[in-house]
Ligand binder design. Structure first.
Ligand code: HMG
Ligand code: MG
Length: 318
């Protein structure tokens, strides 16, 4: 019989964390892939309003933009304006994605609190996404990490295609582990494992996490699941059982990846918080305010939230 004095998370499994940090990637990963409306990107003012609403809801880490080529990703062209305009909350980390020194310098110029670099476990995806090999991408990150160290800016590392690649199919878990280990050794404080095209299942994600956690401690791992095949929540539950306590998600399930055809958005933050609340795992997020932030951005984009939880609550309001 369940012991009422032991938190539910502990009753279910010794390994489930008691607290989880949500890394909100909607303003970057989400919006980078939203279609232009009448040839226009979402305005910087709307991005700022979204970021401020997320911060007000208690989200403590927000990837707020990226400094990449505007020719490659037009929706991110206003990232400088966004960072310069946000009213910062001291409890929030405002991070930026940076592919090279040029992007990193732009992030430093607007006082991004942290930067994220991104490598791939798949050679073909690396070429399509950032126009260079895995090895070359890692070389490009070295000067970023060196300068960030001098300035006390933390660097987060992503590994993309950790289960499957749109060009190569299945990815060997050992290859993921090697890239993750390399990024950690270079100085990234945390490695976010990206199922870029959302093909992972509890079985393949578990195999991948077994390989990676043999080389990188779970305390330094995060998971970043796109929900293309509807498996993200199950995969998050599998990751929680490895003691992983950092989860990337996007408000309203925004997004996808411009270089991964058919990939849908990240798992919705509303769905992840609903799962965590059910497990008694603390996030310090105000759920009602989170829902409001999702409805705000969905209205601006003229489409419903890609979140079953958000849709269910919205229906109750009508
Ligand atoms: P390139 O063409 O190889 O770069 O692109 P280059 O160094 O040859 O420069 C070409 C032009 O780009 C030059 O301008 C540069 O100044 C400019 P021009 O002289 O032609 O006018 N340029 C830049 N402009 C702005 N910001 C910069 C920058 N760097 C060069 N930082 C590059 C290389 C990386 C720039 C390009 O491939 C690019 O921007 N790619 C976009 C990648 C991207 O944003 N992908 C989506 C994010 S990754 C992702 O979503 C996965 C993740 O979520 C995890 C997961 O889901 O698995 C993280
Ligand atoms: Mg992503």
């Amino acid at each position: 019989m369940a012991n009422q004095h032991i938190p539910l998370a502990e009753q279910l499994s010794q390994n489930l964390p008691s607290k989880v940090k949500i890394v909100e990637v909607g303003p970057r990963d989400g919006l980078q892939n939203e279609a232009l409306i009448n040839g226009k990107a979402i305005s910087a003012a709307d991005k700022v309003a979204l970021i401020e609403q997320l911060a007000d809801a208690g989200v403590s880490y927000i990837e707020s933009g990226s400094f990449v080529s505007p020719k490659w990703v037009p929706q991110m062209a206003t990232s400088t304006e966004v960072f310069e305009t946000i009213k910062r909350n001291n409890n929030v980390t405002y991070a930026a994605l940076t592919p090279n020194m040029k992007g990193y310098e732009a992030a430093v110029a607007v006082n991004a609190d942290e930067v994220a670099i991104f490598a791939s476990a798949s050679e073909s995806f690396s070429q399509k996404n950032i126009n260079c090999s895995i090895e070359e991408s890692i070389e490009r990150f070295s000067p970023i990490i060196a300068d960030a160290k001098k300035r006390n800016i933390k660097v987060r590392g992503y590994v993309s295609c950790v289960v499957g690649c749109p060009y190569e199919g299945d990815i060997d878990p050992e290859q993921v582990a090697l890239v993750a280990e390399k990024l950690l050794a270079m100085g990234c404080y945390e490695i976010s494992l990206g199922d870029t095209i959302g093909v992972g299942t509890a079985a393949s994600v578990t195999k991948m996490l077994q390989a990676v956690s043999a080389r990188v401690p779970s305390a330094q791992l995060a998971v970043h699941f796109h929900d293309t095949y509807g498996q993200a929540l199950t995969n998050i539950y599998a990751a929680l059982q490895f003691g992983i306590s950092v989860i990337d998600s996007a408000i309203a399930g925004l997004g996808g990846c411009p270089y991964a055809k058919g990939a849908s958005g990240n798992v919705a933050t509303e769905d992840v918080v609903f799962l965590l609340n059910g497990l008694g795992i603390t996030t310090n997020i105000d759920f009602d305010k989170l829902l409001q932030a999702g409805w705000f951005i969905s209205k601006k984009l003229g489409k419903p939230p890609i979140s079953k939880v958000s849709t269910a609550y919205l229906a109750q309001q009508q």
